[in-house]
Design a protein around this ligand. Structure first.
Ligand code: CA
Length: 237
């Protein structure tokens, strides 16, 4: 059995839950505890930031609709203190807010109502990223795909893929954020150098790249998050 720890040490990962809805907060805490994490609950932005400073959590689950402050401003404040992964809990209708949350430095989001498995998968991806941010991970693996960020080489099974420089840059950006959604704007900025570049370029390159990457065990490796961005699936082979 694998344990959801971040450091291989004896301590379970601490997860700060900032959610004002009391029943949802309690349910999240119970779920996290059952999955082997140490949850810390906060019901407002102020309480969340206080517990953030006190517990230095390994990951933050953040509701954007909080009673005392805009959840988006909490993202900025946490980013000002370091790279702790943040997974946003967002309402279905708040599409623009999701994009803004990612642009402000949130790692990912889950859309309410969400399933436990989806939530735990996002948390695992977030924690993995937190560990990578502290060290360097030049080799990224997912499914039968292996991306060597040092050598700029991509292999699928035994085959080396022929990618154009732009396709590679796009894949590298997604690989560095494996399992998390990267916004259109972020990709345009990092790959094309301007977030005002034509989103149509992105669609074309993603389409080509998706064909070259193919599937693993019948599942596509490059996923679209409608209206938000793209994600390279994190699949343990
Ligand atoms: Ca709320």
């Amino acid at each position: 059995m694998t344990s959801p720890r971040t450091n291989g040490g004896a301590d379970p990962a601490t997860i700060l839950v900032v959610e004002d809805d009391a029943s949802l907060n309690a349910a999240l805490a119970a779920t996290l505890k059952a999955a082997g994490y140490r949850p810390v609950s906060a019901r407002s932005a102020a309480e969340g930031l206080r517990w953030f400073a006190h517990y230095t959590p390994d990951l933050v689950l953040l509701d954007l609709g909080l009673p005392d402050r805009d959840g988006l401003s909490v993202i900025g404040e946490i980013r000002g203190r370091g790279q702790t992964p943040i997974v946003v809990l967002s309402a279905r209708e708040a599409q623009a807010m999701k994009v803004e949350a990612l642009d402000l430095g949130a790692d990912d989001y889950v859309q309410k109502p969400f399933g436990v498995e989806e939530l735990l998968a996002r948390i695992r991806a977030g924690l993995r990223h937190g560990v990578q941010a502290r060290g360097s991970a030049p080799l990224v693996r997912t499914g039968d795909l292996s991306i060597d960020l040092g050598l700029r080489r991509v292999t699928k099974g035994a085959e080396t893929l022929k990618l154009s420089p732009k396709e590679y840059d796009l894949l590298a950006e997604l690989a560095m954020k494996l399992g998390r959604t990267v916004s259109h704007k972020d990709l345009l900025r990092t790959v094309w150098g301007s977030e005002r570049a034509d989103i149509q370029y992105l669609r074309v390159y993603v389409g080509q790249l998706r064909q070259k990457l193919g599937t693993f065990a019948g599942e596509p490796l490059l996923l679209s998050e409608a209206g938000v961005g793209y994600r390279l699936a994190a699949i343990m082979a």
